[in-house]
Design a protein around this ligand. Structure first.
Ligand SMILES: [Fe+2]
Ligand SMILES: [Fe+2]
Length: 283
């Protein structure tokens, strides 16, 4: 991170304004599926706040899983990352979790729970954390982190629909995530070097099912969350149906594309099918 940005932006100096404006917090075009619905403008704004709350919870969820994974498998991770890097990775994720929780608490204080309301860790998540090989887990982490980086890029496309506290959090988050993505890559490359292409490739057969699993987890949790939102708004069946499928957000799409480009430029053993799927989904 450059010094000038660091001076202006730090986790201690972000201004969390307590009054949430009656306007989009994240540009409307970030969730293309919600743009062409029959919701009124005010309903679209409230949905935008709710989706932003859900996104904060989703980031908290995945970052907690990353920390847990590193802690459980520290003996393996420490073969590829030194102690300082591991410490930094965890400390930064803790800062991020705190920032996303703070945003969530301000945006929907009535819904906020420290232990997550809609995306509650379940047995499947615990199984993934316990049993994913590090080569697979860190590729998934890199893909997720790449997608989070692009939230800030999408917000910059429409600053008049970007609320400053969210924008600042996403900006600083994106800067720090770039460091995580290179650490993820370091682990993946280290495994390839240590195990050789064949054995590293074998681990990777778990990659696509795990990516599909986390995709389903998010889609399923959103469905529950959206249904809750629709009921609390007294939506008709039609309106409810329109918001149940969140679909790919613009940052998901840009992050997936960018990730596919990265693994095309500098291939990682066993990620060919993931690259194929990502290209298909974003094509
Ligand atoms: Fe993070
Ligand atoms: Fe991260």
């Amino acid at each position: 991170m450059t010094e000038s940005v660091r001076e202006k932006l730090s986790w201690d100096t972000i201004e969390y304004i307590e009054t949430v404006p009656n306007q989009f917090l994240i540009p409307e075009h970030h969730w293309p599926n919600f743009q062409n619905t029959s919701l009124s403008q005010n309903e679209k704004i409230r949905l935008n706040h709710f989706a932003c709350f859900f996104m904060c919870e989703m980031f908290v969820h995945f970052e907690r899983l990353i920390i847990e994974y590193i802690k459980i498998h520290e003996n393996i991770v420490s073969k590829y990352l030194n102690e300082r890097q591991i410490r930094r990775f965890i400390d930064e994720e803790l800062d991020h979790i705190h920032a996303f929780q703070t945003l969530g608490k301000i945006i929907r204080p009535d819904l906020y729970l420290p232990e997550q309301r809609f995306l509650i860790p379940n047995a499947g998540d615990r199984f993934v954390i316990k049993h994913s090989p590090p080569g697979v887990f860190f590729i998934m982490a890199a893909l997720f982190e790449e997608m989070t980086v692009f939230v800030y890029e999408v917000m910059k496309e429409k600053l008049d629909e970007s609320w400053k506290p969210v924008l600042d959090v996403m900006h600083l988050h994106a800067l720090e995530e770039r460091g995580h993505i290179s650490m993820d890559r370091k682990v993946a490359d280290g495994i390839r070097e240590e195990k050789g292409a064949f054995r590293a490739g074998l681990q990777m057969t778990m990659l696509l099912p795990l990516v599909a699993y986390s995709d389903r987890r998010v889609a399923g949790s959103w469905k529950k969350a959206a249904s809750f939102f629709a009921d609390s708004e007294g939506f008709s069946v039609t309106k409810k149906k329109e918001i149940l499928n969140k679909g790919l957000s613009r940052s998901d799409l840009l992050g997936m594309k960018s990730f596919a480009d990265k693994i095309s430029e500098k291939p990682i053993t066993g990620t060919g099918s993931l690259r194929f799927v990502l290209n298909k989904m974003t094509g």
